[in-house]
Write a protein that binds this ligand. Structure first.
Ligand code: DAT
Ligand code: MG
Length: 151
């Protein structure tokens, strides 16, 4: 069985604030599996590709500056419906519209400092995983744990 994958990234403010562990914990507690993780120095080239859909938005220069302000931690998470459910764990784009209990609902306030990224579709996830992990990732599936999580 090949399980769905998503790209989750802790943004520079989330890394600086020491929230990497908390974000990992939310996904692990849910039952998802971490299959890749790396801290990256960002650059304009990779961010232009990552946010290619947003290049024309008025907030794009600000977004770029924010994303260039420090290292990010990129992760690939695997599991049933992880793209859509991962976005639910993150909360709304605007943290003030995010329900308490979500990551953005619990840990941030402004849209320009919303601490985390999650792929918005399976297709985007595939693109983003190839972009940030161009050498590929080791795909493995848990043995005992799998049967405790899935029916
Ligand atoms: P999401 O990160 O929820 O997928 P998005 O892809 O539309 O949201 O936007 C990417 C990031 O750009 C988002 O996490 C924060 C920033 N952003 C989006 N809308 C914004 C706005 N109106 N003003 C400032 N920053 C914004
Ligand atoms: Mg997005």
């Amino acid at each position: 069985m090949s399980l769905e994958k998503t790209y989750i990234m802790v943004k520079p403010d989330g890394v600086e604030r020491g929230l990497v562990g908390e974000i990992i914990k939310r996904f692990e507690n849910k039952g998802y599996q971490l299959v890749a993780i790396q801290q990256f120095e960002t650059n304009k080239d990779i961010l232009n590709q990552h946010y290619e859909d947003l290049k024309e938005k008025p907030f794009f220069p600000k977004l770029l500056n924010y994303m260039l302000s420090g290292p990010v931690v990129g992760m690939v998470w695997q599991g049933k419906d992880v793209v859509k459910t991962g976005r639910k764990l993150l909360g709304e784009t605007d943290p003030l519209k995010s329900a308490p209990g979500t990551i953005r609902g619990d840990f941030c306030i402004d849209v320009g400092h919303n601490i985390c990224h999650g792929s918005d579709s399976v297709k985007s996830a595939e693109r983003e995983i190839c972009l940030w992990f161009p050498n590929g990732i080791v795909t493995w599936e848990r043995k005992c744990m799998h049967d405790l999580i899935y029916e």
